[in-house]
Design a protein around this ligand. Structure first.
Ligand code: HEC
Ligand code: HEC
Length: 286
């Protein structure tokens, strides 16, 4: 009897040992999917030249994201380099920076890093992002400091406590989580409202924001189900092609900063949830 028990305990211990690294591994994999694919952090944090992302510089920063009358925003190095990246930050410090916009020294991280949305990142997804960021190849690359000519708010809100993602079985709710806190689709595709710095979420998806870059000017599309100016007449396959490959319904190649280069690898289930959510938005013509 005792021997059987001892064997059972041993078996459990061995199982535990075998499971531990694979759990950690799946967390890193989840983090990789979030950071590199659907959240597309590199859209801002990876420096780009005329031919796209600079080789060997994934997430190495010093990339001017926006230079306008209000600010010159430079996305910094978020590789684990200790001197010029986030290598010396603790997990808790990194999580606070990503979700609440506060650096370890207490200073506020400025726009356009989309904190309005990242505040809704679920604890486990945030932890996965951090686990993955630790595994990125460290690159020594000092970043120019951003300049903000307008006042920044004292904070983006009270400290975030616990956040859980909606169940995946609720496609529309999970799609809203993906299009909001995770991929910040709604950051680019929703017009600003009356409160400075805040989107008018009653018009979520209506688009209209203009983005200047080497491509000229691109204007965020209306991605509500509006029939004339939105996606109302598009098939699911056409919407998927636009998101994954950057090809509009009429075959036109879309411009950045629409993140299709990252979105190509979005999982089929997440794509279905995103499309279900877009179809659930009020149809508003622009
Ligand atoms: C729309 C562009 C944009 C996106 C998307 C974005 N960031 Fe940022 N991020 C910035 C900018 C710009 C700054 C610096 C702002 C400043 O200088 O105050 C920044 C700052 C940071 C910092 C602070 C680094 C430091 O040294 O101060 C961290 C950490 C960070 N981002 C992580 C992430 C992660 C992880 C993601 C994806 C989940 C992400 N960012 C997505 C633009 C972006
Ligand atoms: C950084 C800003 C940004 C983010 C993030 C973003 N988009 Fe876009 N998106 C744009 C812009 C700008 C265009 C229009 C580009 C053009 O016309 O060349 C666009 C175009 C589109 C189109 C094509 C519509 C048409 O009429 O051709 C779809 C669909 C779309 N986005 C969906 C999404 C979804 C879903 C997400 C999140 C997974 C997302 N976008 C994230 C900026 C963004």
């Amino acid at each position: 009897m005792r021997l059987v028990l001892r064997r059972a305990v041993l078996a459990l211990l061995l199982l535990g040992l075998a499971a531990a690294p694979s759990l950690a591994q799946s967390r890193v994999e989840r983090g990789r999917y979030l950071v590199e694919v659907i959240a597309a952090c590199g859209n801002c944090h990876t420096p780009k030249g005329p031919n796209g992302p600079l080789p060997g510089m994934n997430l190495a920063g010093n990339f001017v994201v926006e230079d306008n009358s209000d600010f010159r925003a430079v996305a910094p190095n978020i590789t684990p380099d200790r001197a010029t990246g986030i290598g010396a930050w603790t997990d808790a410090q990194l999580m606070r920076a990503i979700r609440e916009g506060i650096r370890p020294d207490g200073s506020l991280i400025g726009p356009p890093m989309p904190f309005e949305f990242y505040r809704g990142l679920a604890d486990e997804d945030l932890a996965a992002m951090v686990a993955y960021l630790r595994t990125v190849r460290p690159v020594a690359n000092a970043s120019e400091k951003s300049t903000y000519r307008m006042p920044l708010p004292p904070s983006y809100g009270p400290p975030v406590q616990r956040v859980t993602a909606p169940p995946r079985s609720d496609r529309v709710a999970y799609g809203a989580y993906l299009a909001g806190p995770v991929a910040h689709c709604m950051e680019c595709h929703t017009p600003f409202g009356a409160t400075p710095g805040h989107r008018d979420m009653a018009r979520a998806g209506v688009g209209g924001q203009a983005f200047n870059g080497p491509w000229g000017v691109s204007v965020a599309s209306n991605i509500t189900p509006a029939r004339h100016t939105g996606l109302g007449l598009w098939t699911d396959a056409e919407i998927e092609r636009a998101i994954r490959r950057g090809i509009s319904r009429d075959g036109r190649q879309l411009f950045p900063p629409m993140g299709f280069a990252h979105y190509a690898a979005i999982s089929p289930a997440d794509m279905a949830a995103l499309i279900a959510y877009l179809r659930s938005l009020p149809a508003i013509e622009r």
